[in-house]
Ligand binder design. Structure first.
Ligand code: NAP
Ligand code: F7E
Length: 316
């Protein structure tokens, strides 16, 4: 029997690397789209070299997306590529809208134009809930994004639903709450903290500068969430699902767990730096994953404290 073909945008990122591992374990032929860049940025997928097919492309370039869809003809497409940093989206709002918003349309349209009957996964985000209007947040909670990134993700979510409803595409939104791992980008707060702990332990620095310590997030483990993304595309019908842990913790609590695990008192090292405060903040998120549990049999396996300790151990 022919192997199933999966196509992943954002394969060099945290989630792309875990999803590639999961799909290879399930015996898929995995194609990953990478961007041309002046520096080498494939450290997260180095260990998969030889097992993956890497192809050049960019979510900003519809001609290459069209060509890739026509030639590869994947069975499943996972759109994980994004300018994914919320704070940076305030500095480059138009670029963020183009890649995070219009990029989804370009990829969906390449699938439609190529007359592919593949399944499509869109990496939607809890940032769409922003200034929340319901607690906890679930699939039916109205959106109120608070950043150019969040606004662009709302467009990506709706264009995915629109292509599902207009053209009968098997297009699904995974509305994922924050998920972390030792492979998390170094500018996101959990990783910035666990890297900071490592640097302090090695005597490389004695300061960690952060922004809003009161923000609360629902933090889970990235590998769990990518297993959930795969399960979504195995459903007969396309739909939208929240993945979360249904727990919320503040940045301050993250500091307590991370520094505490290393036997340090965070208050001696952390300084609040105005540069990391956002023009508009998402104060508190907590997700209700009961639909994913009931329909996908999905549950998080790693909880907050274990996750942060895992990241400190990797960074120390
Ligand atoms: P990440 O580590 O920042 O990875 C982003 C990936 O997108 C990288 O491979 C990056 O490539 C690629 N990319 C950036 N601009 C691109 C462009 N113009 N065209 C094609 N690819 C581009 O993000 P992540 O944490 O793995 O998240 C994966 C997806 O889930 C993103 O869409 C993110 O917005 C979304 N999401 C993440 C979370 C979370 O908590 N992690 C939660 C909800 C949703 P380079 O390596 O070349 O920069
Ligand atoms: O911030 C506060 C910050 O950048 C979390 C992305 O994957 O998840 C991620 O977005 C909180 C915010 O993640 C610093 O103000 C304090 O309240 O780790 P973060 P995020 O903005 O929640 C969602 C679901 C996505 O979709 C995104 O792609 O921590 N915070 N001090 C800080 N944040 C950062 N980055 N750096 C600080 O120094």
């Amino acid at each position: 029997m022919n192997k199933k073909k999966a196509f992943i945008t954002g394969i060099t990122g945290q989630d792309g690397s875990y999803l590639a591992e999961i799909l290879l374990e399930k015996d898929y032929e995995v194609y990953g789209m990478v961007r041309r860049s002046s520096t080498f940025n494939r450290s997260r997928i180095d260990h998969l070299q030889g097992e993956l097919e890497l192809v050049y492309g960019d979510l900003g370039d519809s001609s290459v997306l069209n060509q890739l869809m026509r030639t590869i003809r994947p069975d499943e497409v996972y759109n994980l590529g994004a300018q994914s940093q919320v704070h940076i989206s305030f500095d480059v709002p138009e670029y963020t809208a183009d890649v995070v918003g219009t990029g989804v349309l370009r990829l969906l349209d390449a699938i439609r134009e190529g007359d592919l009957h593949c399944r499509f996964y869109q990496a939607s985000s809890s940032e769409m809930f922003g200034k929340v209007v319901e607690v906890p947040q679930r699939e039916t909670t109205p959106f109120y994004p608070r950043s150019p990134y969040g606004v662009a993700k709302v467009y990506g979510y709706w264009i995915t639903r629109n292509y599902r409803e207009s053209y009968g595409m098997h297009a699904t939104n995974g509305i994922l709450f924050n998920h972390e791992s030792p492979r998390r980008g170094e500018n996101f707060v959990t990783r910035k903290i666990t890297l900071g702990v490592g640097q302090i332990l090695r005597g490389e620095t004695d300061k960690l500068r952060l922004g809003n310590l009161d923000a609360k997030r629902d933090w889970g483990y990235a590998r769990d969430y990518m297993e959930g993304a795969w399960r979504m595309l195995q459903q007969e019908e396309p739909d939208d699902y929240v993945l979360a842990t249904n727990e919320t913790h503040s940045v301050r609590e993250c500091l307590e767990v991370a520094f505490g695990h290393a036997g340090l008192d965070w208050q001696q090292y952390v300084e609040v730096d105005e540069r990391y405060i956002r023009p508009a903040e998402v104060d508190e998120l907590i997700g209700d994953y009961s639909k994913a549990k009931a329909q996908l049999g999905w549950e998080p396996t790693v909880r907050f404290e274990e996750l942060i300790r895992m990241m400190v151990d990797a960074d120390r």
